[in-house]
Design a protein around this ligand. Structure first.
Ligand code: A2P
Length: 276
């Protein structure tokens, strides 16, 4: 459960994290994050836009105390929202996130979406906070190959991570290979297709074979294709279930069968047609 991948700057990041998109600020997010840490999660993925950074911060502080952990044991990701992109505004947004999370550093800070004309200045701000040691790694989210190509023409620091929508119906093979070639770790948001993929009959059949649930099959598939995964749940049983994926291995035939479910289907927004 605490298996990690080493990012391109040497920082270790857990393969599995808890996503908290749509987890309500206050009680709901606090309970979700605390129960995740209690069952062994060591990575939490939030964003300014989720409006729950305060609850995430509170939960982390309490969980550290209650489980005898230290700050360094938890990997915290947050993201700068689109309306705050630009150099100065991103520096401000970063400080706001730090203070809401009540932390003195962030593990991974991401550009949430590639806002045209803005993301290069935003990236310079990320490079600055990275060089100042306020964040251990910087990266992007929802970047397609052409966005990365463009960013890399002037970037001093290569993004450590690219977090994108990725699941069996959206197996972004070309993007996965491109990121791999550039040393950028791919990370999956909505790995369960917002929960809709667990009804898939072929995933159910594979799940029965391994004595696992379809959700566990999908999350295990992520790890085996080399993608960090951050399923969202606010339910303690599903939070625990989603973490129980380190004791089995999908065989090649099943890996291929899952890959064959690809339909290039998005449940979320398309980065190339996003209304910013
Ligand atoms: P809940 O928070 O009530 O558990 P994704 O991460 O792909 O966006 O999926 C998140 C959605 O899937 C949420 O609606 C979440 O609901 C649901 N979900 C998360 N884990 C599981 C699971 N193991 N089985 C069924 N549904 C799940």
């Amino acid at each position: 459960l605490q298996d990690t991948v080493t990012l391109n700057n040497g920082v270790k990041m857990p393969w599995l994290g808890l996503g908290v998109y749509k987890a309500q600020e206050g009680d709901e997010v606090v309970r979700a994050v605390k129960s995740a840490i209690q069952v062994g999660y060591r990575s939490i993925d939030t964003a300014a836009a989720y409006h729950n950074e305060e609850g995430v911060g509170q939960a982390i502080a309490e969980a550290i105390q209650e489980n005898g952990l230290s700050r360094e044991d938890i990997f915290v990701t947050t993201k700068v929202w689109n309306t705050m992109q630009g150099y100065e505004t991103t520096l401000e947004a970063f400080e706001t996130s730090l203070s809401k999370l009540n932390l003195d550093y962030i593990d991974l800070y991401l550009i949430h979406w590639p806002v045209g004309g803005k993301y290069k200045d935003t990236w310079r701000a990320l490079e600055k906070v990275y060089k100042e040691g306020k964040v251990r790694a910087i990266g992007v989210s929802n970047f397609n190959i052409h966005h990365l190509e463009d960013l890399l023409t002037d970037a001093e620091v290569v993004p450590a991570v690219n977090q994108v929508e990725f699941h069996p119906q959206l197996f972004q093979k070309e993007l996965l290979e491109y990121n791999h070639d550039k040393g950028i770790q791919l990370e999956a948001w909505s790995p369960l297709g917002q929960g809709k993929l667990i009804e898939d009959e072929s995933l159910k059949a594979i799940a029965a074979k391994y004595g696992k649930t379809p959700a566990q099959i999908i999350l295990r598939w992520d790890l085996q294709v080399g993608v960090i995964t951050i399923p969202k749940s606010v339910n303690e049983h599903r939070i625990a279930q989603n973490a129980d994926i380190f004791d089995f291995q999908l065989d090649g035939e099943d890996m291929a069968a899952i890959e064959a479910l690809n339909q290039n289907k998005r449940f979320g927004s398309d980065p190339d047609n996003f209304i910013f």
